[in-house]
Write a protein that binds this ligand. Structure first.
Ligand SMILES: [Zn+2]
Ligand SMILES: [Zn+2]
Length: 250
């Protein structure tokens, strides 16, 4: 069976497509190899980019196997009972058991003992956000293209929104403080965008995107920050907006 990105599958179909494994674990494996990742957003809000590893010997064992082998795996996120959406193929980048990564300022699942960092093997421009289209195409077209492509990765943007909601209870612009509280859901979806913090000049050389590299901005602030040249950090932009600072080069 050919897996189609964005389509949902049952665990039985996934087992068939990946050639084995059990129907329960989130890293199904066979003959010592991890076959795929099946993650539940309600437990792993930052998946598929960061996957928190529960405290069971078999689970931590296969998390280590996955990262050591570096196997590219198809990744699925649970949407509802019996419906797991194919997010694409991801490469394990690293595994951290450090307390600083496990328990940063934001809440993680309470029983986590490690976090796996994964990156997509290809980035898809399927978010369909038109908002960036009139962003001035300067500061190195290639860097800007990388920036926009990463921001438009649907699964990355969704993971960022999920983790922001988990952390703050709602989406809030990190520059002006506008919050979705009180807005109908569809309007909030239209207003809040995901912005890549890494300076454009560095972006082409940075391969892995961590969720902390991303910021939630309202559409206005997002457009404005891209008009600043060189692109301001979210913090500098916020101070400029508040009238307590000025943008570089202005
Ligand atoms: Zn804003
Ligand atoms: Zn941006």
């Amino acid at each position: 069976m050919e897996l189609v990105q964005g389509r949902t599958y049952t665990r039985e179909e996934i087992r068939e497509a990946v050639g084995g494994g059990d129907l329960q674990s989130y890293l199904p494996h066979k003959a010592g190899r991890v076959l795929c990742g099946c993650f539940k957003p309600e437990i792993n809000a930052r998946a598929p980019f960061e996957v928190e590893v529960g405290n069971l010997p078999d689970v931590i064992k296969y998390a280590r196997v996955l990262v050591k082998d570096g196997t590219v795996i198809p990744v699925f996120l649970k949407q509802s009972t019996g419906a797991w959406r194919f997010e694409g193929r991801f490469r394990p980048v690293s595994l951290s058991e450090s307390q600083a990564d496990l328990f940063p300022a934001k809440p993680r699942r309470a029983d986590a003992v490690a976090v796996i960092y994964l990156e997509p093997t290809e980035l898809h421009e399927d978010l369909g956000a038109a908002a960036d289209e009139d962003v001035a195409a300067t500061e190195g077209d290639r860097n800007l293209a990388v920036h926009l492509r990463r921001e438009r990765s649907r699964s990355l943007a969704e993971a960022k929104r999920r983790s922001a909601r988990q952390e703050h209870g709602n989406l809030r612009c990190e520059a002006c403080g506008l919050s979705e509280t009180g807005l109908p859901v569809e309007l909030g979806e239209a207003c809040f965008e995901v912005h890549h913090r890494v300076p454009l000049a560095l972006l082409a050389s940075v391969h892995q995107t961590r969720l902390d590299d991303l910021a939630i901005l309202c559409a206005n602030c997002h457009r404005m920050i891209h008009r600043s040249l060189p692109m301001a950090s979210v913090e500098a932009f916020r101070e400029m907006r508040d009238g307590t600072g000025s943008l570089p080069g202005s």
